[in-house]
Design a protein around this ligand. Structure first.
Ligand code: KIV
Ligand code: NA
Length: 267
């Protein structure tokens, strides 16, 4: 089983083969997704919401993400594992960004890192890439700057928005990133970015013209409670399945049905 490498992302774009990614935060889901042939697993700072129970990704730290990333790396044989650099771990400049990326590489065994921001993060991306660490960029809606952007707002709308998005995407490519996430961007604009860039674009709510797709796995599997963004398609009803299982378990324990004879140890 051949490991997915960043050069395979490039080949996929050139051959018109779509790239699939999911987030993952622990070994069990990672192993299942790897077996299913998902090309890359992002240990996203979305763990703030999906693992740690924060309202945003802003409080998430490197120390919180490192054990999750290491667990995902241990579980996969094929998928490329990408560590998401959390808010505050690269904004101070290229030196800080490289130090953070090196921590993820050494302490988790991940294969690449991701950071948010186009033009504003290009110096950081360049420094990390020059050290031999692949970087995935992330432009459009960037959750770590939700307050600066004024909320969960579609990016790249209107002439000015499209121009800014294109500038950000080009800045990421020019800095040496191997791929770039476009989050919550109109499909047409994402299509234009995808045609203009030589590196693959990965859609998170950026439509079908991108070179690949990525979703937060707990949203995608119907595990997340609460509001799910419009772009997410729910491929399972994990919350419903688990709730039903918990209800059945409680009923059976209360009724003396579980454990049955087949679950007991003899003397
Ligand atoms: O943290 C995350 O899961 C992400 C993706 C949704 C792009 O950054
Ligand atoms: Na993220």
């Amino acid at each position: 089983l051949k490991r997915v490498r960043t050069r395979h992302f490039q080949q996929a774009k050139e051959n018109g083969i779509k790239i699939t990614g999911l987030t993952s935060y622990e070994c069990l889901s990672a192993s299942v997704f790897d077996d299913a042939g998902i090309d890359f697993l992002l240990v996203g700072d979305s763990a703030g919401n999906t693992v740690f129970g924060y309202d945003t990704t802003i409080p998430v730290t490197v120390d919180e993400l490192i054990p999750l990333t290491a667990a995902v790396v241990r579980a996969v044989n094929r998928a490329l594992v990408i560590a998401d650099m959390p808010f505050g771990s690269y904004e101070n400049g290229p030196d800080q960004a490289l130090s953070t990326a090196i921590r993820f590489m050494k302490e988790t065994g991940c294969h690449a890192v991701k950071c948010e921001g186009g033009v504003r993060s290009s110096k950081q991306i360049k420094r990390i890439v020059r050290a031999g660490i692949p970087v995935m960029g992330h432009v459009g809606f960037t959750p770590q700057s939700e307050h600066g952007l004024g909320g969960h707002i579609i990016q790249g709308r209107g002439d000015d928005g499209a121009e800014q998005l294109l500038a950000d995407a080009h800045a990421v490519e020019d800095a040496g990133a191997f791929a770039v996430v476009l989050e919550m961007v109109p499909s047409e604009v994402a299509g234009q970015v995808t045609r203009e860039l030589t590196i693959p674009t990965i859609s998170v709510g950026a439509g079908p013209q991108c070179d690949g797709q990525l979703m937060v796995w707990t949203d995608w599997a119907g595990f997340t409670s609460g509001r799910i963004p419009r772009f997410v398609k729910q491929y399972a009803d994990l919350a419903g399945t688990l709730k039903q299982a918990a209800l059945s378990y409680r009923e059976e324990v209360e009724a003396g049905i579980y454990p049955g004879p087949e679950h007991e140890y003899g003397a």
